[in-house]
Ligand binder design. Structure first.
Ligand code: ADP
Length: 218
């Protein structure tokens, strides 16, 4: 196993486990580590390597060559002390890019203050995402860190049967239509000449509030 190209996933709970399996299915080798023998057993054969260890012990991490991994994910959430201790040891190695899961705002703050580059809050982020879908006419929604979003929605009535370039949509709503899918078709880039129809789906990119507003226009 070449540590540089692989990912170490610490804590194979619901989050870490799903992440590790997804990495493996996409062809990335994974070293999975968990303190619980039963959890380790349940992943044996599914991940390239899976090992039982207590990652709050620096020695254990060294024995597993974790400092050689360029990418490490800490999926320990509910045991706050283990999450913080593990993460601070990894940071001391000064070798890996670290993604760490937080289960609350204070937890996220501590991890950020320690210097973790990527703090993930799966439940919080998913809750926000689903709220956008539940609230309005959005069919799908991705928000990037810097307040920019891409939204899958349907074209508002005022833009049906017209070439996009002639509509002034970007000036009016501050968003760009980047792709379109005809009913039963596949996604394609839009151009100024693209004509939108009532049963199309579109992807709109723009500042979050503007993309949200646009998707609520019928
Ligand atoms: P989830 O909510 O994603 O299921 P949890 O925080 O409940 O995540 O579980 C994370 C996993 O981390 C568990 O499988 C647990 O056994 C493991 N874990 C907890 N403490 C340690 C530790 N010190 N070293 C390694 N793994 C640990």
């Amino acid at each position: 196993m070449k540590a540089a190209d692989s990912v170490a996933v610490i804590g194979l709970g619901r989050f870490g486990g799903a992440l590790a399996l997804e990495l493996e299915s996409a062809g990335t080798e994974v070293l999975g580590i968990d303190i619980d023998e039963e959890v380790v057993q349940s992943y044996s054969g599914l991940l390239t390597h899976v090992v039982r260890a207590d990652t709050t012990r620096e020695e254990a991490l060294r024995q597993l060559s974790v400092p050689d991994f360029e990418r490490v994910v800490v999926g320990i959430g509910s045991v706050l002390e283990a999450s913080i201790l593990t993460t601070s040891i990894l940071l001391r190695f000064e070798r890996s890019t670290i993604w760490a899961k937080a289960i609350s705002e204070p937890h996220a703050q501590i991890l950020s203050q320690l210097g973790v580059e990527h703090v993930i809050r799966p439940e919080h982020d998913m809750g926000r995402r689903v709220a956008h879908l539940v609230r309005g006419t959005m069919l799908d929604y991705v928000e990037f860190e810097d307040n920019f979003a891409m939204v899958k929605t349907r074209p508002p009535r005022e833009y049906w049967d017209r070439e996009l370039g002639t509509t002034g949509l970007r000036a009016k709503y501050g968003v760009t239509v980047v792709a379109v899918r005809r009913s039963n078709g596949t996604w394609d880039y839009t151009t100024a000449q693209t004509v939108l129809y009532d049963d199309d789906e579109i992807i709109v990119a723009g500042p979050t509030a503007k993309a949200e507003l646009f998707s609520s226009v019928l």
